[in-house]
Ligand binder design. Sequence first.
Ligand SMILES: CC(C)(COP(=O)(O)OP(=O)(O)OC[C@H]1O[C@@H](n2cnc3c(N)ncnc32)[C@H](O)[C@@H]1OP(=O)(O)O)[C@@H](O)C(=O)NCCC(=O)NCCS
Length: 185
Amino acid sequence: MSMICRGTQDDLARVLEIVASHPTHFVPAAYSLIESDYRQFPSYVWDEAGSVAGFIVWMSKALELELLWMAVHPQASGRGIGGQLVDAAIGEAQSQRVVLLKTASPDSQIPGTGFCGRAYRETIDFFIRRGFREACRLESYCGSQNHCVVLYRVLHDPAVAGIVERLGGGRRAGGAYRQAAGHRG
Ligand SMILES: CC(C)(COP(=O)(O)OP(=O)(O)OC[C@H]1O[C@@H](n2cnc3c(N)ncnc32)[C@H](O)[C@@H]1OP(=O)(O)O)[C@@H](O)C(=O)NCCC(=O)NCCS
């Protein structure tokens, strides 16, 4: 049986195995950051017959939800697991109005490692197909040739919601707006 569950400390070793299965995306120097964030912040894992095949870690602030780390084991990719993990994390949003994500730019380099910035083109496209947009680029954010792309998806825009209310849509139109914006909370 396959299901999404809350990640536990018992899942950490497998989560780090999944991270290590993507040497083009995660260099060993990132492992301790991922471990520290996994211990500290909430996560979901995809459990398949007792074995974790993917995970997502996020952090919530008053108005923002930030997706920190995610990966699906290559043997399990392309089956909708990543999409469902993103949906589950975003479903945790309550007062948060925007989902943020920082990821590597496709022209990033980390010399002397297996890292391949081009591989992040697919990652960025994966999020764009899920309603995210590019907010900005942070030059040399993670290292001298390692740049960052900030992606965002608006969950609840009070300005638009206000217009819907003024047009007399009331609860029904508000609900339709939230659905159109992809809000699951
Ligand atoms: C990005 C990543 C998490 C996506 O995970 P995934 O499980 O492969 O993603 P999904 O299967 O949900 O979606 C990928 C594609 O699979 C296909 N797919 C989706 N559901 C499917 C299903 N039920 N059956 C077959 N294929 C399916 C689709 O073609 C989908 O494309 P779409 O984006 O047009 O929907 C994964 O590729 C990964 O771990 N990448 C490396 C690490 C990384 O980039 N992490 C994010 C930054 S920290």
